[in-house]
Design a protein around this ligand. Structure first.
Ligand SMILES: CC(C)(COP(=O)(O)OP(=O)(O)OC[C@H]1O[C@@H](n2cnc3c(N)ncnc32)[C@H](O)[C@@H]1OP(=O)(O)O)[C@@H](O)C(=O)NCCC(=O)NCCS
Length: 183
């Protein structure tokens, strides 16, 4: 794999980002693999309108990684509020989401590189001391992947945002919050 080049997404990236996210999360390309949620959800993961709106928000960034001039991975970074693990009260943190790697290079190491870069970026952007995310509770291997990168389950449970388009196979799951406090 060549060295990734990082930048923030702009509106003209929207169709490429939507395609990348759809292919990574629920498409037949990844179905059956540890990275897929296709066994739980069959509807669209996102839309042009959602990504357009997220890019436009002032305290929100889509970090993209390009390999040889093409977007190969992305994640959403947002300034948010979360319970400070040490002080036990609300403080500023960064939210990490929409993490997607081109299926043709899954498990090649780009995910780890993007996650580490995301941690650097949110500290530089917003001086936050921690990152939070939510993960489907049934995705054990993904939870372990984040645990190996220093994230821990906070115990907080968030209802999954089922919608008319989420295409769920079952409703027997929810989201769990994970958090990493930066040293
Ligand atoms: C999850 C995802 C972002 C990871 O990125 P990636 O570039 O594919 O993964 P990396 O190369 O960084 O790491 C591969 C890891 O998978 C692990 N792995 C590989 N095959 C595996 C398997 N069959 N079972 C479990 N883990 C496996 C490797 O051990 C490695 O982890 P380690 O370095 O801690 O040992 C990516 O696969 C993806 O886009 N998934 C679909 C979307 C998604 O689920 N996003 C996260 C939502 S919260």
């Amino acid at each position: 794999m060549s060295t990734p080049v990082f930048r923030y997404a702009i509106q003209t990236d929207v169709p490429v980002l939507v395609d990348l996210i759809e292919r990574a999360y629920r498409s037949p390309e990844t179905a059956g693999s540890w990275v897929s949620e296709a066994h739980l959800l069959k509807g669209p993961r996102t839309s042009d309108a959602e990504i357009t709106g997220l890019i436009a928000l002032p305290e929100s960034r889509f970090l993209v990684a390009e390999l040889d001039g093409r977007i190969a991975g992305c994640c959403l970074l947002q300034k948010t509020k979360a319970v400070d693990g040490q002080k036990g009260k609300m403080g500023e943190a960064a939210y990490f989401g929409m993490f997607a790697i081109d299926p043709s290079i899954h498990s090649s190491g780009l995910g780890k590189i993007i996650l580490a870069e995301a941690e650097r970026q949110v500290q530089a952007l917003w001086s936050v001391k921690s990152m939070v995310m939510t993960v489907i509770n049934l995705r054990d291997k993904l939870i372990e992947y984040y645990q190996r990168r220093g994230y821990r389950l906070t115990g907080a449970i968030v209802p999954f945002p089922f919608s008319e388009t989420s295409g769920e196979v079952t409703r027997d799951f929810h989201l769990v919050e994970m958090r990493k406090d930066f040293a």
